[in-house]
Design a protein around this ligand. Sequence first.
Ligand code: ATP
Ligand code: MG
Length: 177
Amino acid sequence: MSETKGMIIVNTGAGKGKTTAALGVGMRAWGQGLKVLVLQFIKGGWEYGELQAARRMGDNFVLRQLGEGFVTNTTGDGRTDHQAAAEQALHDARTEIMSGKWDMIILDEINYAIMFGLVPVNEVIQLLETKPQSLHLVLTGRDARREIMDKADLVTVMEEIKHPYKTGVMAQKGIEF
Ligand code: ATP
Ligand code: MG
């Protein structure tokens, strides 16, 4: 008898590779016939390759963008929009997690949304505590909160040794987006 133990996985740290590692494990799961959902809490400015890939992968690998774009330095009225979008995103995540439709859900950049105060950490903890037993949940984003890492089965901290951005090299298609 091999009952699935749903893993809570955290990819954090300042180095590159948090989202792409999550997508990699998502692809591995998809290849095994698991149903994978990616929910992106923060939208970047690019047309990401993974959006195109997900469209081709079909119903068992679904990627949805939920947030309102970059939140860095957002203050004043703009922040209210981000707040509303983040609340909606968390609500959608909860619905999908509890639906039992998925084998793996990736909450991309949720740590970032927590750090910016857009998503309350206690609500995320509650999600981790009440998720279906067999569901694999992957959380990405720098500055993961200690409480979340404490609840996780697997935590990886990406460490930056070198990043081309530091020498002025622009983002490359297929690497950054
Ligand atoms: P990726 O999506 O490539 O796996 P990531 O999820 O680890 O990256 P994020 O914090 O989500 O990184 O940042 C997204 C963007 O910022 C990516 O284009 C990534 O290459 C870039 N980035 C990540 N780490 C660094 C860094 N240390 N310095 C400069 N840019 C970075
Ligand atoms: Mg990322």
